[in-house]
Structures are given as structure tokens and as C-alpha cells.
Design a protein around this ligand. Sequence first.
Ligand SMILES: Nc1ncnc2c1ncn2[C@@H]1O[C@H](COP(=O)(O)OP(=O)(O)OP(=O)(O)O)[C@@H](O)[C@H]1O
Length: 284
Amino acid sequence: MHAGDNPILEVEGVTLAFGGIKALNEVSFRVAEGSITSVIGPNGAGKTSVFNTISGFYKPASGDIRFRGRSLAGVPPPKRAALGLARSFQNIALFRGMTVLDNIKLGRHSHLKTGPLAALFFTPAARREEEQLRQEIEERIIDFLEIDHIRKAPVASLSYGLQKRVELARALAMKPQILLLDEPVAGMNREETEDMARFILEVRREWGITILMVEHDMGMVMDLSDHVIVLNFGQVIADGRPAEVQANPEVIKAYLGSGDVLALRARFSAAARKAEGATMRTAA
Ligand SMILES: Nc1ncnc2c1ncn2[C@@H]1O[C@H](COP(=O)(O)OP(=O)(O)OP(=O)(O)O)[C@@H](O)[C@H]1O
């Protein structure tokens, strides 16, 4: 799939400055509908700034972001979420004292037709909506993410991996068309990482949701992505399929400069070995 085909999201010429520093400098890329697209780059390259600009937390000095062809200029973050653009955060942003189920329900509120007052007085319309919401959450999201056994548990009591899964559940409850995942496997052990990778693939396959993620785990990026965008010093230095990006000398140089190159090579080759194994299994 080429990112130029049917873009759901277009970032065009975006420049973002903090004082005199350009965190993003004329950044342009497209995210194809139905793709898993990753944004990578060494520390400080501008990945979080891209996410914050797309979700509306930062206002670019120039450039435009379009969602399904519509400019998001002047559209505040909650409205972007209601349009179908949801995100998770690098550091878990859940209500730790609340249960898993209540946290997930919060995600859905941007779509409820009945306002908080109606919900308070529990009108028939609010009740119907509440019931529909409950069923939708229980039947689909909780089952899908295999968190049935912890639905009544307070989030604070859960392992880190499960909390990240609940965060994904809450983002899904927002019924996104595109999901922005900020380092979905950061801090996870191997098993938690593999679970999350499986869920991300299934979110795309079963729910038809486009994924845009920032991730440092290069094995995961190369395994999952259709398309990879590489940032360095606030600029796009490579944009293509995982194999193209890995072979790009500019990319190697960027990671070399950051001192991450050994880790990068190890991760690249682990990803390549895995891909080779998958190809051989398919051919057999
Ligand atoms: N709120 C801010 N105020 C001032 N400078 C900022 C702010 N946010 C980011 N920057 C600067 O913008 C540049 C890009 O930072 P950003 O956090 O987007 O990079 P990143 O690629 O996400 O890094 P990391 O991988 O370490 O999370 C850096 O030079 C950073 O210091």
C-alpha cells in the first residue's frame, strides 16, 4: 500500500516552534486509510510534537493537517476526538482510582447524544443510550481485549501491561477512525509487547481502524508497519516501506549520530530474521 493512496490524514508543511527552536520544520506526510503507519526517529526528533500537533494540543506556526480532506485548523482537541481521531499517551493517562469499566466508559462520552444533565436525571433516552453503551463495551471491547476478568478492578491495582491495554480499550470506546498510539509498548516486557502487537494488528483487521504510532521498539515497528516515516531534527528524512527505510543511509546516519545505532542494527536484524522466518513458513 502506498501512503499516497486514499489518505485519511495529511500533514502538510507543518512547522512548530518553541521560542527560537523549530521542533518541526516543514513536516509533510500522508497516512493511508487502513494502514499501520509509524513515526520513528532519535530522541528529540519531533515525534511527540507531531502527535501533539495532530491531536490539537500544539498549534503549528504554519502548515495544515487534514483529516479526510478537511482542515483541522481551529478545531479543538475534543472535537478532533469526536470526529474520529483518538490517541493514547506515552505515560498512562487513566483515572487510577476508578474501575476499568468506568475508565472505558469515559472514552465513549464524546459520542453520547444525551448530555450530562440527562444522564444525571436518567431519562429514558439516557437509559437506552447507557444500556446500548454498556452492551457495546461489554460485548466488543472488553471481550476483544481479553480484560473481562478485571472489569471491576481499580486501574491502580493492575500491572503496567494491563493498564496499557485498558488505555487502548478506552481509546477504542471513542470509536476512532484513526488511532494515534504514543509508544504503545514502552516499558513492557516481551510477553506484554507481543500481546500489544497482536491487539494492534487486530484493531486494524477487525475494526478497520487506521493506526498511526510513535514507537522506539524497532522490531515491532518493522514487523507491524506498512509505512514508516523517519524524523530527525524536526524534518522528515525518510518515508517509505519498512525495508526501504531500513536501507536508507540517511536513517542509519541519523541513528548513528544519536548513538543508538547498535541498538537499531540489532533490532533491524531481529526484525529481518523474523520476517525471513515468516516468509519461509509461508513458502513451505
Ligand atoms: N513544550 C516544549 N517546550 C519547549 N521545547 C519543546 C517542547 N516540546 C518539545 N520541545 C523540543 O522540541 C524538540 C522535539 O521534541 P519531541 O518531544 O517532539 O521529540 P521526540 O522525538 O518525541 O523525542 P523522544 O523520543 O525523546 O520522546 C526537542 O528539541 C524538544 O526539546
